[in-house]
Design a protein around this ligand. Structure first.
Ligand code: AMP
Length: 174
């Protein structure tokens, strides 16, 4: 099997989690295997290696795992985006669409400076609402979005169309 096929086959489907009808893509078997984790990080980083990136902005919670590793590879900073009331300092916030209803994401007001080049990272692209919210927060801060990198894309949900013209990179289509 090719590397990416091995990586793909390590992602575990968990039906009806966290609620009925959702097939949860469990990445913990990838994290557990050093070679696969590093393969995932390398492939998520690859298209952006030669670009000038000041910060990786990563989304709570699984985005932090890949975001921190990618920031370390790119030798740049890492900025957390979190759900409402989790960040300790002053924040920008944005409401974003969930499958049913809305939620709020926040970023520290001084986390991304005007004109900084940012790479957005999360584990999985589903409807695109979360990444769209993060992009709004970066735009509010004056950051320049160089691209968005995901390990997994649930292509049938067509989340890409919500992310406009930002360069989107997904390692695996499931
Ligand atoms: P969305 O905003 O619909 O693109 O959802 C993306 C966010 O929800 C990411 O942070 C994912 O970690 C999480 N997510 C959505 N659907 C799934 C799924 N089927 N398996 C695992 N995580 C998911």
């Amino acid at each position: 099997m090719k590397d990416l096929e091995i990586l793909k086959s390590a992602i575990r489907d968990v039906p009806d989690f966290p609620k009925k009808g959702i097939i949860f893509k469990d990445i913990t078997p990838v994290l557990k295997d050093g070679k696969l984790f590093s393969l995932a990080v390398e492939n998520m980083t690859e298209p952006f290696r030669k670009q000038k990136i000041d910060s990786v902005v990563a989304i709570e919670a699984r985005g932090f795992i890949f975001g921190a590793a990618i920031a370390s590879v790119l030798n740049c900073g890492m900025v957390p985006v979190r759900k409402q009331d989790k960040l300790p300092y002053k924040t920008h916030s944005v409401n974003y669409a969930l499958e049913y209803g809305t939620d709020t994401l926040e970023i520290h007001i001084d986390a991304v400076n005007k004109g900084e080049n940012v790479l957005v990272v999360d584990d999985l692209l589903a409807t695109g609402g979360t990444a769209q919210g993060v992009c709004e927060l970066i735009e509010k801060s004056g950051g320049n979005i160089i691209g968005i990198s995901f390990l997994i894309e649930l292509a049938f949900l067509n989340g890409r169309k919500r992310l406009g013209n930002y360069p989107i990179h997904c390692v695996l289509q499931l």
